[in-house]
Design a binder for this molecule. Structure first.
Ligand code: SAJ
Length: 437
C-alpha cells in the first residue's frame, strides 16, 4: 500500500480533494482538509454558496470567514458547481442530505443524483468516501455499482470506496471536525486504509473499522441510542405524572450515580435533522429483512406523542383557571428544536402550535432566534414584546428553554405556565399556576 502513488499523494498531502455538498458537514470538512495542506475544491449546486466561498466568505456559523478567506487567497480552497472537477480528484467526500420522505422511508435521491453527476468522471487511483447518514448496505449495494459498474475499475485495487459517518454537532465548540474521532470503514481493507490516510492528514483520531456496513451502523447506533433514551425519559415523565412524582427530581437524583447511568431529560418531543430521522433508516432496512426494530418503533411512538401530551397539559393548566383551550390566548416560548440555536427542523414546537390551533386556541410564539415561522399549517411571526405578550395571554407554554429568557420575570407575569422543559426549576416552588410534564 505504501508504494501506491495515491497513498503517497494522500500521505504527503499533495492530493487534490473534492468535497461534494457544502452544507454544515461539507464546508467544515473542506476547510479542515485544506488547512491541513490539501488543495480542495468544493462542489455545490447552489451558486450562491459557490460565490460566497470564492469571495472568501463563510455561510456556516462553525466555519470562520477568516479561515475561508485565508484558504481561498492561498489557493488551497475554491468552489464550483461543475462536477467535472472530479476527473482531477484524488479523493472525494460525499456530504449530501439523506432526509426521510413524507412516508418516513429514506430519500436516497441526493446520493443517486450526485453519483449520476460524477460517474463519468470517476477514474483509476482515487478514493471516494460517503459521509451522509444512511442505512447499512448503501455504500456497497447502491453507491459502488453506480460508480464503477461501467468503468472496469476494480474496487480495492485501483478504486477505493469507504463510508465515514459525519459527527458534526452544529454550534458545539468542544468537539470539532478536527478532534472528534472519525470512524472509517471500507469496501475492502485497502479501501479502509486509503480513506484512513486521507482523513488522518487533518483529523486527530481516525478509527478504522472492517467494513462500510460497520461504519454505517455505528452512526445509527449513536443516534438510536439517543432517541431510545429520550423516549425512555419521556415515558418516565408520563409515569411519574400518573404517580404524582417529580420526574425532574428523580432524574437529577439518578444522575448522581457516577457510573452506569447517562442523564437524558424529558421534553415536548424530538426535533432536529438527526435524532428523529437516523434511527428510522435502521427500522426501514430491517423491515426489508422481515424484522421489526421494536425499540425504535416504541421510542418513536412515545416521542411523536409528546406534543399532544403537552397540549393535554396546557388544557389541564387552563382548566385550573376555569378556561378552555378554545378561544384562550396561548404563547409558545421557543420554536427551535433545542435551546440557543435557530433551527426548527422537526421541532416539536411546530406540532404543539398546530395542535393548539386545532383546539381553537389563539396561538402566538416568541423565539429570539426565529423571527418568522412559516411551516406547513403554521404561519406566524415572533411576538415583538415578550413580556407584554406573557402578561396578556391566558397560558405560557415553555417548549424550548433558550438560556437568554428571564424565567423569574416570565413566571411572575404569567397567569399560568405549562413548563415542558423544567425551565422554571425551583423558581415556581409548588405554585399551582405552573404545570410541568
Ligand atoms: N432532547 C430531549 N432530551 C434529551 C436530549 C435531547 O428531549 O435529553 C431533544 C432535544 O430537545 C432535540 C432532540 O432531542 O429536540 C435532539 O437533541 P440532541 O441533543 O440529540 O441534538 P441534535 O439533534 O443536534 O443531535 C446532534 C447529533 N449529532 C450528530 O448526529 C453528529 C447527536 O449525535 C449528538 O449527540 C447531539 O447533537 C449532541 O450531543 O448535541
Amino acid at each position: 500500500m505504501k508504494n501506491n502513488k495515491l497513498y503517497q499523494k494522500l500521505n504527503d498531502r499533495s492530493a487534490h480533494v473534492v468535497i461534494l455538498g457544502l452544507g454544515y458537514v461539507g464546508l467544515p470538512l473542506a476547510t479542515v482538509l485544506a488547512d491541513a495542506g490539501y488543495r480542495v475544491t468544493g462542489v455545490d449546486l447552489d451558486e450562491e454558496k459557490v460565490k460566497l466561498i470564492n469571495q472568501g466568505i463563510s455561510y456556516i456559523d462553525d466555519v470562520e470567514t477568516s479561515l475561508v478567506k485565508k484558504l481561498v487567497d492561498g489557493n488551497k480552497l475554491q468552489a464550483t458547481s461543475d462536477f467535472s472537477v472530479v476527473s482531477e480528484a484524488d479523493a472525494v467526500s460525499i456530504c449530501v442530505p439523506t432526509p426521510l420522505r413524507k412516508t418516513r422511508d429514506p430519500d436516497m435521491s441526493y446520493i443517486v443524483a450526485v453519483s449520476e453527476s460524477i460517474v463519468e468522471y470517476v477514474h483509476p487511483d482515487m478514493v471516494v468516501v460517503l459521509e451522509s447518514t444512511t442505512y447499512p448496505g448503501t455504500t456497497r449495494e447502491l453507491l459502488l455499482p453506480m460508480l464503477i459498474e461501467k468503468s472496469g475499475l476494480e474496487v480495492g485495487k485501483n478504486f477505493f470506496l469507504a463510508f465515514s459517518p459525519e459527527r458534526v454537532d452544529p454550534g458545539r465548540e468542544d468537539w470539532t471536525t478536527i478532534n472528534t474521532p472519525k470512524v472509517v470503514g471500507g469496501i475492502t481493507a485497502a479501501c479502509t486504509e486509503m480513506a484512513a490516510v486521507y482523513y488522518e492528514a487533518a483529523m486527530e483520531n481516525v478509527v478504522r473499522v472492517t467494513t462500510t456496513e460497520v461504519a454505517e451502523m455505528t452512526k445509527l447506533l449513536e443516534n438510536t441510542f439517543r432517541m431510545v433514551n429520550i423516549g425512555l425519559v419521556n415515558e418516565m415523565a408520563i409515569m411519574c405524572d400518573r404517580m404524582g412524582i417529580n420526574v425532574w427530581e428523580v432524574i437529577d437524583a439518578a444522575a448522581t450515580k457516577p457510573f452506569g447511568f447517562m442523564k437524558f431529560t424529558p421534553g415536548p418531543g424530538l426535533g432536529g435533522h438527526c435524532i428523529p430521522i437516523d434511527p428510522l433508516f435502521l427500522s426501514w432496512k430491517l423491515k426489508s429483512l422481515n424484522y421489526t426494530a421494536r425499540f425504535i418503533d416504541l421510542a418513536s411512538e412515545i416521542n411523536i406523542g409528546m406534543p399532544r401530551y403537552v397540549v393535554g397539559k396546557v388544557q389541564e393548566a387552563l382548566n385550573k383557571q376555569h378556561k378552555a383551550i378554545n378561544d384562550s390566548k396561548v404563547l409558545v416560548l421557543g420554536a427551535a428544536y433545542k435551546p440557543d440555536i435557530d433551527d426548527v427542523r422537526e421541532s416539536p414546537a411546530l406540532d404543539v402550535i398546530g395542535l393548539l390551533e386545532q383546539s381553537g386556541a389563539d396561538v402566538s410564539y416568541h423565539d429570539p432566534f426565529i423571527p418568522e415561522l412559516h411551516h406547513e399549517n403554521v404561519d406566524l411571526s415572533s411576538v415583538p414584546d415578550l413580556m407584554k405578550a406573557v402578561e396578556n395571554v391566558d397560558c405560557v407554554v415553555i417548549i424550548t428553554n433558550h438560556s437568554q429568557y428571564d424565567y423569574e420575570a416570565i413566571y411572575k407575569k404569567a397567569k399560568c405556565v405549562m413548563d415542558a422543559r423544567n425551565a422554571l426549576g425551583k423558581i415556581a416552588g409548588d405554585d399551582p399556576k405552573v404545570i410541568g410534564l
